[in-house]
Design a protein around this ligand. Structure first.
Ligand SMILES: NC(=O)c1ccc[n+]([C@@H]2O[C@H](COP(=O)([O-])OP(=O)(O)OC[C@H]3O[C@@H](n4cnc5c(N)ncnc54)[C@H](OP(=O)(O)O)[C@@H]3O)[C@@H](O)[C@H]2O)c1
Length: 202
């Protein structure tokens, strides 16, 4: 699969490493330092599997994009993304630098700002360094995933498996607060059995 990374920061960089290791191709975009993107593309195999490119390319020339920037710069990023209709965008973002109405999720705020996208919430619950920590591979821990679009969610579920984690379906976006800050699945290292138990108790 060809995966656009929009925001090659802590999360974006580690996801890019995992996707390439799993045999996928990544397009790396958005950094204040273009040199950083080039260095990461070289680390990941330079042009065979990873390429530094524009935000436009990381949205328009891929199967799926990971949006992993801060809310403060989302509108600036959006201006470079081109037509978003039907694009599958994986939202990793937590609402630390935006004021949301009470009960409003970060995912709903992303959907409001990026109309027309198929939004999948994933990769927002674990500290970025844990994504590369092999000690969480045995037994593998879950990565919660929510979306209103089953076709888009299925793609992300497969990606989560490809990188060695266990996808855990939280449901549609009406349930997404369960995996956002303050929710029971946020910032927890859970095996699939522990997650099921937690889910049954809700
Ligand atoms: N860090 C975590 O452990 C973690 C875990 C789960 C979810 N999240 C969420 O995932 C999202 C990304 O987190 P992150 O830790 O990966 O973020 P980050 O490393 O700070 O930055 C992500 C991207 O945003 C760019 N950026 C940051 N500040 C900027 C600024 N002032 N102007 C322009 N570009 C800027 C970075 O570019 P540069 O290359 O120029 O820095 C990078 O491309 C956030 O919404 C966060 O809440 C984070």
């Amino acid at each position: 699969m060809k995966i656009g990374i929009i925001g090659t920061g802590n999360i974006g960089t580690n996801l890019a490493r995992l996707f390439v290791k799993a045999g996928h191709e990544v397009i790396l975009s958005w950094s204040r330092s273009p040199q950083k993107l080039i260095e990461l593309s070289i680390e990941l195999g330079n042009h065979q599997k990873a390429k530094a490119a524009s935000v436009l390319e990381a949205v328009q020339d891929v199967d799926i994009s990971i949006l992993s920037v801060r809310f403060a710069i989302m509108d600036e990023v959006k201006a470079q993304m081109g037509n978003l209709e039907g694009k599958i965008i994986v939202d990793t973002n937590n609402p630390y630098d935006v004021k949301l109405q009470k009960g409003f999720s970060a995912a709903a705020e992303v959907k409001r700002r990026f109309p027309g996208i198929k939004l999948v919430k994933a990769f927002n619950t674990l500290y970025y360094a844990l994504l590369l920590s092999e000690s969480f591979a045995n037994p593998p821990v879950i990565i919660p995933v929510s979306s209103d679009e089953e076709d888009a969610k299925d793609i992300v579920v497969k990606l989560i498996r490809d990188i060695g984690f266990v996808p855990f379906d939280i449901g549609g976006l009406e349930n997404v607060l369960l995996q956002e800050p303050g929710g029971p699945f946020f910032n927890k290292l859970l095996t699939a059995d522990q997650a099921k138990e937690l889910s049954n108790g809700l």
